[in-house]
Design a protein around this ligand. Structure first.
Ligand code: SAM
Length: 272
């Protein structure tokens, strides 16, 4: 699917809305009534909210390391009157403070690339191990990623390369995710692609780049290059093709195969 440029009015709320992408994905999740779901790297809680809309019996716990994201998530959840069903906790995905086998499902909408930014490749692997530990046997981890080789248009390819370059927010390849989930005793049972059909104009892309360069060091302590450096490297291609904005994402469904007792603990033993 080819994407079109978003308007400037759409740009203002683009991340919150993503043209209904989150609700389309939520409807495809293997949800059962009454389950307790863990949302890993919940951000402002938008995916958790879409999943909560599916059924009034669902309970969701979202975790994130950013205090700002947590504050915004709680506000968004209150606006929807979901505070009784969605709880937000400040927690690192690589060192969760939950008991083992506490949850019936885990979800993640584009957070693994930022876990890569804050905790590196090893942090992404630890996250899969931690998710295994806190999930009940036979249940699912449903995560949304953008493996570089899945990107179809130039705008999509630029999106994954750009944010990796600016702050290390890196999506891994299919093979790398598959190896990590296998190591964490999950089995990949399904994969599905979704499209928003939209992309940034070069002016909007400039705003996004400036925003990331400014906020990533402040919030996460990561180093970022100057705007001039980034624009020298990517500007010409962005001018020509636009920049992807979640234009294509891939939902991966992984099922927990084995009990945690078969796996070495990913974090310190006193948090189990
Ligand atoms: C792209 S946002 C998530 C988007 C969100 N799931 C949604 O539906 O809009 C990525 C989030 O990952 C969080 N994050 C980064 N490193 C993390 C870590 N080690 N543990 C938990 N959250 C982390 C960031 O603070 C950020 O809020």
């Amino acid at each position: 699917m080819i994407e079109e440029y978003m308007s400037n009015s759409e740009y203002k709320t683009h991340f919150e809305k993503l043209r209904g992408l989150r609700s389309r994905i939520a409807r495809d999740l293997p949800i059962k009534p009454g389950i307790h779901i863990l949302d890993v790297a919940t951000g402002e809680g938008y995916f958790a909210i879409e999943v909560a809309r599916l059924d009034r019996s669902l309970k969701i716990t979202g975790i994130d390391i950013s205090q700002r994201a947590i504050r915004d998530a709680r506000k968004n959840i209150e606006k929807q009157n979901f505070q009784d069903r969605i709880e937000i906790v400040e927690m690192d995905a690589t060192k969760m403070r939950f008991q083992r086998e506490e949850f019936d499902m885990a979800i993640n909408f584009t957070g693994l690339e930022e876990i890569h930014m804050t905790r590196g490749n090893e942090g992404v692997q630890k996250t899969f191990l931690e998710v295994n530990r806190v999930l009940k046997p036979g249940t699912y981890f449903c995560f949304v990623v953008m493996p570089p080789e899945e990107m179809e248009t130039e705008a999509q390819k630029l999106e994954v390369a750009l944010f990796d370059y600016i702050c290390g927010a890196k999506y891994l390849s299919n093979k790398e995710y598959e190896a990590m989930i296998k190591k964490a005793k999950f089995k990949l049972i399904g994969k599905r692609s979704y499209y928003t059909g939209m992309k940034f104009t070069s002016q909007q892309a400039k705003c996004e780049i400036r925003y990331t360069i400014k906020t990533a060091p402040r919030i996460y302590g990561v180093k970022t290059p100057s705007f001039e450096e980034v624009w020298t490297k990517f500007g010409q291609d962005i001018e020509k093709n636009g920049l992807g904005c979640y234009s294509k994402v891939v939902l991966m469904l992984a099922q927990k195969l084995e009990m945690f007792s078969n796996i070495k603990r990913a974090t310190s033993p006193n948090t189990a």
